[in-house]
Design a protein around this ligand. Sequence first.
Ligand code: AKB
Length: 316
Amino acid sequence: MKAKVLVIGANGQLGTVLVKELQHHHGLDNVVATDIKKAHNFKETFEVLDATNRIGLTEVVTKYGITQIYHLAAILSAKGEENPLGTWDLNMRMLFNVLEVARIHELDKVFFPSSIAVFGEDAPWVNTPNNAFLNPATVYGMSKAAGEQWAQYYFIRYGLDVRSLRYPGVIGYQSLPGGGTTDYAVDIFHKAVLEEEFVCFLNEDTTLPMIFMDDAIRATMELMEAPKENIKIRTAYNLAGSSFSPEDIVAEIRNYYPEFKVKYEPDFRQDIAARWPKSINDVEASLDWGWKPEYDLERIVRTMVQKLKEQYIPHE
Ligand code: AKB
């Protein structure tokens, strides 16, 4: 039977790119993109959907005969701190709706993104293992850590095939992130290509785990297409790309823009980043479903500069 895929949060940083990859894989007619607003000129089927509304979600699932849900919508780490209780309520309510609708309608698979934000001060900072202690310091991280447990609960209790990845900061040219602590690592490229000064909200030496968009999308597809028996971790898999700091990116960007100016003005996001791991051990992902990243910092910077130049200065 052909998969019918529903994407929640299709307008977001990952959703924008993942929808296209899912269409390519499953066929244009088999992907239903949804978000709270219709923001893009989608070629595919699009429905306005607020995932906090379980009735609305149920209607879309039954209308299209959905068999898989990719639930990408969430309030991220930095934005979430503006309204802690509201963030918890929204992130958890959407997840419970997705899990319940998937259980009741006996869907084949659910994808729930987790994050390196599940880790806190008590996890090893370097090469953080999959089973490290979780004591997140943000509400977003708390909602992801709890979400991972609920994903596992639905798998054990109801046999629902929920799969999850702990994404590092995602860097891509196709879309913009919103409300995260790792957002600087996308914004910096836009400023460099526009030859403007960049004001960085993290300290220059704050190393964080990052991943290039193409790697993040490929990891998601590989996890979701892996045979069920290979998925041994039912909370979430650690996922690594490459780790670097703002000053590492700046040094690499200056190979293309030697005059690139950067000012460091750390704000509350520095405190969030300071509690996250510097690098991630993803050995389980590589053993269970063959994960291997392809982009290091040099390749990320080369690709970002080239693609953004094409976007901003198309005829150069
Ligand atoms: C954020 O910065 O909040 C996200 C994440 C690491 O999950 N990009």
